[in-house]
Ligand binder design. Structure first.
Ligand code: WTA
Length: 683
């Protein structure tokens, strides 16, 4: 097995202060952990005074109790929702399929809207929106309620019913939220596709989910340019037979093509819509949304979430992890097209009656201080972003945040990748003024809601650690035989008991669901099956979790999880390419950079022009985020005897130039030699 060299992340201070610790960091054959970080930060007394939970002792007690009976713990949290009918049974587990709050009836849009408009929150701002050009809108809960009711009636008028799938391909405008909540209101299942994806990727997601309707906009503003979303929809729909209607929201006013009978303007449909649409009474397991995420084979996975369990956990975690209070102005910078946007812009915050800031555009438009300008002008109190963004802010320099008064901030959060301690300290010092706790939240599209995270008033923080699983979440780090790792031993991150916001299956593919997530640690006579997250991790001597990233062939580029296989299939779809293998190498800014090894078809010349063309081609097939940073032409790829590309070896070549791992399964050893030589020539 590969033994990777220590990546040199260990801090001088910690080496001196605790020489013993270094020895404790053990290596398994599987994953090696090299990060050591000793600093601990506590929330201030002032922060604790207001916090929903302010004592670590209490948190530990709560975790112990919930561990003994997680179902009872989650039942108590479910009581915070407004159910039309209470559940008969809280939990049913038929490996690997789970159901929560069986027999219960509710509606997600009711949680987010109806239950607030009968209280003082009716006139509270739900969404404070800022467009990239600087235009602003504020929607109160009452206004949002009206828009959602009307739009729900619009959907009905186009024949959309319970369980129909509606694709949403939009930028960051309030109408995206309105569209999602309107689907939830009538029991349609939304499939939001990130607006940065290409027409090709959109078409695949529409067809796989059998969407009947697409909601889009003419174009979106991004870094001063128009991203022409409607054009991409037109292209996608050339081969998407299930789609009958398209609703187009006018955002930029650009000229677009409207196809008679199929395409309708949002504003025209809304004009005649009735303002009252009763929320459907939906069963707890009613499908709320499908969200596609990259898998390690070419085809994206349709992660399916249902209503009762999902709403329970997003509501609880938003309140506790972000220590949300009614006077907060909460800003999550994620895009609505990712799960973070679903759970922590829309469902969690609105279910809690929060005021959510939503920003349309790029963080560096018109200048690299745009985010800090927004924080200052709107007096944002809670700010949740990704490590890749933090690393970009660091590169742009302190002068940009320093120009602004950021004293309104009281809590910071991160999600999406491991945050390195240096970035954590920068975030803590420069953005948080050493005043704001940082919640490093570990979770996934599949988990639906936050799983491992500090509770900011209670948990002492260690830079780079997501700290402890939340109460009711039974996470662990195990070896391949399923036994728990020792302190500081690297292993597989698993969850041992199903949780409410767990995805229920992969849409249309329960077999793959079982294979990908539940076959690595199947049930045995002494234990239940474990959910395998795909991440490597270690627990330190305090039980704190340190996430080490993906261990399969999915890579995280700028916070986006990409399947290298998808990039490979895009490359291979180019007429000049015979074969391709894509691996990641660590990159200071993006987290990972993609390196593509490309074998050209016989007779095709290796030119700079072709390199560019291939990058553009991937951009068109998948989206700009997937463009390889580097393309290396080669005459063969290292493969196993059964024909599987050994990406592990390529990864070692691009990260260290040296291969230490086992190459006994390699078919043609000369290939590696040639790749290595080629590397020498290039560098
Ligand atoms: C990674 C995003 C370290 C991890 C919500 C996970 C993290 C994948 C963290 C899920 C974190 C997410 N620390 N790694 N705090 N949060 N990850 O599905 O590898 O886009 O498996 O969901 O991101 O990415 P996804």
């Amino acid at each position: 097995m590969a033994k990777k060299k220590a990546a040199g992340r260990s801090r001088k201070a910690s080496k001196k202060a605790a020489p013993k610790r270094a020895q404790q960091v053990t290596t398994t054959a599987e994953i090696e952990s090299v990060l050591r970080e000793q600093r601990v930060f506590e929330a201030s007394e002032e922060f604790k005074k207001r916090a929903h939970l302010s004592s670590f002792t209490k948190l530990k007690r709560l975790r112990r109790e919930a561990e003994k009976d997680p179902v009872a713990f989650w039942e108590r949290q479910a009581e915070a929702l407004d159910w039309f009918r209470k559940w008969d049974r809280a939990f049913e587990w038929k490996y690997p399929f789970v159901r929560w709050f069986i027999g219960g009836q509710l509606n997600a849009s009711y949680q987010c809207l109806d239950r607030h408009i009968t209280t003082w929150r009716r006139n509270k701002a739900a969404i404070v929106w800022e467009g990239e050009p600087g235009d602003q809108r504020i929607l109160t809960y009452d206004a949002l309620y009206n828009e959602v009711n009307k739009f729900a009636n619009v959907l009905k008028s186009l024949g959309i019913k319970r369980r129909d799938v509606v694709a949403i391909y939009m930028g960051m405008v309030p109408e995206a939220v309105i569209a999602m909540l309107a689907c939830a209101r009538i029991g349609a299942t939304h499939n939001v596709v990130f607006g940065g994806f290409s027409a090709e990727a959109l078409r695949e997601r529409i067809n796989d989910s059998k969407a009947k309707l697409v909601i889009t906009q003419d174009a979106a503003w991004r870094r001063g340019n128009e991203v022409r979303l409607k054009d991409a929809v037109d292209e996608a729909l050339k081969k998407a037979p299930t789609v009958k209607n398209v609703i187009v929201y006018r955002r930029t006013g650009t000229e677009i093509n409207m196809k008679m009978g199929r395409d309708h303007w949002w504003h025209e449909l809304m004009e005649g819509a009735s303002p009252v649409c009763k929320p459907e009474r939906l069963s707890s397991e009613h499908p709320l949304f499908i969200l596609y995420t990259s898998g390690s084979t070419g085809k994206p996975k349709g992660v399916l979430h249902t209503t009762g369990g999902y709403m329970t956990q997003v509501t609880y975690t938003t309140k506790m992890v972000f220590d949300l209070h009614d006077d907060d102005l909460y800003w999550c910078t994620a895009d609505i097209g990712w799960v973070t946007g679903h759970s922590y812009i829309v469902y969690g915050p609105l279910a809690n009656g929060a005021t959510v800031l939503m920003y349309e555009g790029a963080p560096n438009y018109p200048a690299p201080d745009r985010f800090w300008d927004i924080v200052e002008r709107h007096r944002v109190t809670i700010f949740y972003t990704a490590p890749t963004a933090i690393r970009a802010f660091m590169r742009w320099g302190e002068s940009y945040p320093r120009k602004h008064d950021l004293s309104s901030l009281r809590l910071l959060g991160t999600v999406g990748e491991p945050i390195n301690p240096e970035a954590w300290m920068w975030y803590y010092t420069v953005i948080g003024g050493k005043r704001c706790p940082i919640v490093d939240t570990w979770w996934q599209t599949e988990t639906g809601a936050i799983m491992i995270s500090p509770l900011p008033g209670a948990t002492p923080l260690k830079p780079g650690s997501a700290t402890l699983p939340l109460p009711g979440i039974l996470a662990d780090v195990v070896r391949s035989d399923g036994t728990s790792c020792k302190a500081n031993e690297g292993g597989y991150l698993v969850v041992k008991h199903p949780w409410p916001s767990m995805f229920r299956t992969l849409f249309g593919d329960p077999k793959r669901y079982k294979e990908v997530y539940w076959s690595k640690f199947p049930p045995t006579k002494d234990r239940n099956g474990y959910y395998f997250t795909g991440d490597g991790a270690r627990k330190d001597e305090d039980g704190y979790f340190w996430i080490m990233g993906r261990i399969d062939d999915v890579v995280n580029v700028s916070g986006h999880r990409l399947g290298t296989a998808e990039v490979e299939s895009a490359l291979v779809s180019h007429p000049s390419v015979a074969e391709a293998a894509v691996v990641a190498r660590p990159d200071e800014i993006k987290g990972n950079a993609l390196v593509a090894f490309v074998v050209l078809k016989a007779g095709v010349k290796e030119t700079e022009k072709l390199r560019q063309e291939l990058r553009e081609h991937v951009g068109k097939e998948i989206g700009p985020i997937a463009k390889p940073d580097e393309i290396r032409f080669t005459d063969a790829l290292p493969k196993t005897r059964s024909g599987k590309i050994m990406r592990r070896l390529l990864r070692e070549i691009v990260t260290s130039g040296v291969i230490r791992g086992d190459i006994t399964t390699l078919e043609d050893k000369a290939v590696i030699e040639r790749l290595r030589q080629q590397l020498g020539e290039e560098s």
